[in-house]
Design a protein around this ligand. Structure first.
Ligand SMILES: Cc1cc2nc3c(=O)[nH]c(=O)nc-3n(C[C@H](O)[C@H](O)[C@H](O)COP(=O)(O)OP(=O)(O)OC[C@H]3O[C@@H](n4cnc5c(N)ncnc54)[C@H](O)[C@@H]3O)c2cc1C
Length: 404
């Protein structure tokens, strides 16, 4: 077996890279292959809240997020496939010190074509029914943000990659990158050797271990993160959301039911109280997580699938939500989830070639911005592999050379 580009890891990053690579490569002469040790979405991508928005203070990240959201929309409107992109809007409640920088951020975001507005307390009460905010509170509203369905996103993007000639193989485990004379030659796996000109490690929290085998030690940390699930408040039927109400939507395609399921409220990112909440209407629940990485336990090895949050976390999450959104008072707890994320000391992901091994590329460490940036990362990485100018981002921003 021979590939021009061999991607190891079938999470959100891996499939996005596969799609962009397949779009550029001739399937007969330049095959693109993705191998996954378990099944697509088996890593932290499958357990993610998958909230997406473009409210970044960094201009480049905001632009990448804007482009990524366009790509998700494009998939839905141009391929007939869906990633379950639910544009509920995202309401941000800034923490104390953030308020001053809001204006500059908003101006920068608007200059990039991102829709973002300041909203006062009454407007917030209109957006999120029953929200508790002070009368002088000011929030930021991004109507185009929302969330994706993580499983569907991965499967849809993998299908599109295969439709463009890529091969995806699950159950291919134990990969060892083979290097000769400082250049990658392929990957030895439990199913045999796969020759490759370029190997991309999109192995999330497992990347540290794979790099370690090659003597590459970067300061990648694996942190435990948790989410608590609580019953979603009931939603009053809204005629505009009624799929049978054909008169309301003049569209050539039937909307994807997943994108039309009613939600109790938009995504809420409460930076002051360090939590986020997003509805999960398919499951009749909402997911609550903590913002920020301080004090998250470091893990030696990534977590398995059946892990749950600690009781302390669930109690904290419930209390934080009920204080802001009293509609959740008395609603049932519906379980929890603990998973891992891969982070770097400077909070910036890694995208680039391992300086000591030609043809070996790494994409990891996006600290929870993964879905928001994955389409732009996939595009930019393939531009780098092909030696073309990188339009999707500034390569030095994510360069692994900063750890070498
Ligand atoms: C609770 C939680 C909430 C989150 N919320 C958000 C959010 O709101 N928005 C957002 O953008 N991001 C969020 N994230 C982050 C994000 O979803 C994931 O961290 C991200 O998708 C990681 O993507 P990945 O492809 O790099 O890694 P992974 O999804 O972990 O994929 C790596 C894949 O590589 C495979 N693999 C590993 N080792 C090998 C090997 N040796 N051989 C073959 N295959 C291998 C694994 O099985 C896995 O499928 C959240 C994460 C968590 C845990």
């Amino acid at each position: 077996m021979k590939a021009k580009i061999l991607i190891v890891g079938g999470g959100g990053m891996g499939v996005s890279i596969a799609l962009h690579a397949a779009t550029r490569c001739d399937p007969l002469n330049e095959p693109v292959m993705l191998i996954e040790k378990s099944r697509l979405g088996a890593g932290s991508s499958g357990r993610s809240g998958a909230i997406v928005h473009a409210a970044y203070s960094d201009r480049m990240l905001a632009g990448m997020a804007r482009d990524s959201l366009k790509q998700y929309t494009h998939i839905t409107t141009h391929t007939g496939r869906s990633v379950g992109y639910r544009k509920t809007g995202v309401l941000f409640l800034p923490g104390g010190e953030e308020k001053a920088s809001n204006q500059a951020d908003l101006e920068m975001q608007r200059a990039l074509g991102i829709v973002a507005n300041e909203v006062n307390a009454d407007e917030m009460r209109g957006l999120v029914s029953g929200i508790e905010v002070a009368d002088d509170a000011v929030g930021i509203w991004q109507p185009e943000g929302g969330f994706l369905d993580p499983g569907r996103t991965i499967n849809t993007i993998a299908k599109l990659a295969r439709a463009r000639g890529a091969t995806t193989r699950s159950g291919v485990a134990d990969p060892h990158v083979i290097v000769k004379n400082g250049r990658v030659t392929g990957v030895e796996t439990d199913k045999g050797f796969i020759e490759a000109d370029h190997v991309v490690l999109a192995t999330g929290a497992w990347t540290r271990e794979l790099l370690g085998e090659l003597g590459v030690e970067w300061p990648l940390q694996v942190l435990r993160t948790e989410e608590h699930f609580v019953e979603m408040p009931s939603v009053e039927a809204n005629e505009e959301d009624d799929l049978d109400d054909a008169g309301g939507h003049e569209t050539r395609f039937l909307p994807d039911p997943l994108e039309s399921l009613p939600v109790a409220h938009p995504v809420l990112i409460d930076r002051g109280n360090c939590f986020y909440i997003r509805c999960d209407p398919q499951q009749g629940r909402s997911r609550v997580g903590r913002i920020g990485f301080t004090n998250l336990p470091e893990l030696d090895t990534p977590l398995g699938r059946s892990e749950v949050a600690t009781k302390e976390f669930s109690k904290w999450a419930r209390e934080a939500v009920v204080k802001r959104l009293p509609a959740y008072e008395g609603l049932s707890d519906l379980g929890s989830n603990a998973a891992h994320i891969s982070v770097t000391p400077d909070g910036r992901g890694i995208v680039g070639e391992v300086p000591s091994v030609k043809g070996l590329w790494v994409v990891t460490g996006f600290s929870g911005l993964d879905y928001t940036l994955a389409p732009s990362i996939g595009e930019g990485l393939v531009q780098m592999i092909e030696g073309r100018p990188v339009a999707a981002f500034k390569p030095e921003f994510f360069s692994p050379a900063r750890f070498d």
